[in-house]
Design a protein around this ligand. Structure first.
Ligand SMILES: O=C(O)CCC(=O)C(=O)O
Length: 279
């Protein structure tokens, strides 16, 4: 049976910033995603974090330029862009980038953050398709603070497990420091309204990247965690200069615009390098 996004799923995504699309990926696409994952771990990109040697590791790779054509082809041949368009009920869909998470043995969780604290873009039409390649119980999967895609933009974290809210921008910007969600929940599990799902290969968890979100680690409960994320943007997505210019800390190069020149604050997010998948 062909997978269809329901009105209820669309509503949940709009309200909560997250929705599970159970069984959205068919066997053929799942096989291709697994091949992409194997390629990604064998061919780390220039900004890879971690490695895959030994019995214990954490490997996170983002937007590997050498894999771009492969990912674009897999996505183009799939129903994924139409799922994004359906979730937004709009037409334009562009592929931003992939992210690969491979954790094995004993590996720390991905700390709470918003992707928008690191990236020069905003708007309602963004979505991460977080796709498990092994079964993940909810506590090892992606977790989101319900509705936080409509909330404040916090400072980013430096991803220092000893200081989970250590600000990446600090005095260079005006963002509030991240709340220590795990510490708050350890004191009182009801302090934050968290959404997470038990998932298996074939499912997609769609989340808005401005949501406060975190990902599980690996341990005896999930000794090998394999996850692939594809990020998409749509009609109402904008380039935004909300990040401070701090040379050497987190350099964001200017992005050539599809219409010529470079993207400027408030422009529609239409990079020159990316052809639309749906329009
Ligand atoms: O799965 C994870 O560990 C983190 C995922 C994440 O941060 C994302 O999809 O943006």
């Amino acid at each position: 049976m062909v997978f269809q996004i329901t009105a209820e799923q669309r509503h949940t995504f709009a309200q909560d910033g997250i929705v599970k699309l159970a069984g959205a990926i068919d066997a053929q696409l799942l096989e291709k995603l697994k091949q992409c994952f194997e390629w990604a771990i064998a061919n780390p990109g220039p900004t890879v974090n971690g490695h895959t040697s030994g019995d214990e590791f954490s490997f996170v790779d983002l937007a590997n330029p050498a894999g771009r054509a492969m990912y674009e082809q897999v996505i183009q041949d799939s129903a994924l862009p139409s799922y994004a368009a359906e979730l937004w009920r709009f037409e334009y869909v562009g592929f931003l980038a992939e992210e690969v998470f491979y954790k094995k043995g004993s590996a720390v969780s991905t700390l709470w953050h918003q992707d928008t604290s690191y990236a020069p873009w905003i708007g309602p039409h963004w979505v991460n398709f977080w796709m498990p390649l092994v079964p993940h119980p909810a506590e090892y999967a992606i977790q989101v603070v319900r509705g936080s895609h409509n909330g404040v933009m916090y400072d980013g974290t430096t991803f220092n497990p000893k200081d989970p809210t250590e600000p990446i921008w600090g005095d260079a910007a005006d963002f509030p420091r991240l709340p220590d969600i795990n510490a708050d929940r350890a004191r009182d599990p009801n302090t934050w309204d968290i959404v997470a799902f038990d998932v298996e290969p074939g499912d997609i968890v769609a989340l808005h990247p401005h949501c406060l979100h975190a990902g599980g680690g690996a341990d005896a409960g999930l000794p090998e965690r394999r996850t692939l994320v594809f990020r998409f943007y749509g009609d109402e997505s904008y380039y935004s200069e909300h990040l401070p210019d701090v040379p050497g800390r987190y350099d964001i190069p200017p992005i050539p615009a599809a219409t010529g020149g470079y993207l400027a604050d408030g422009d529609l997010f239409r990079p020159a390098a990316t052809a639309p998948l749906v329009r």
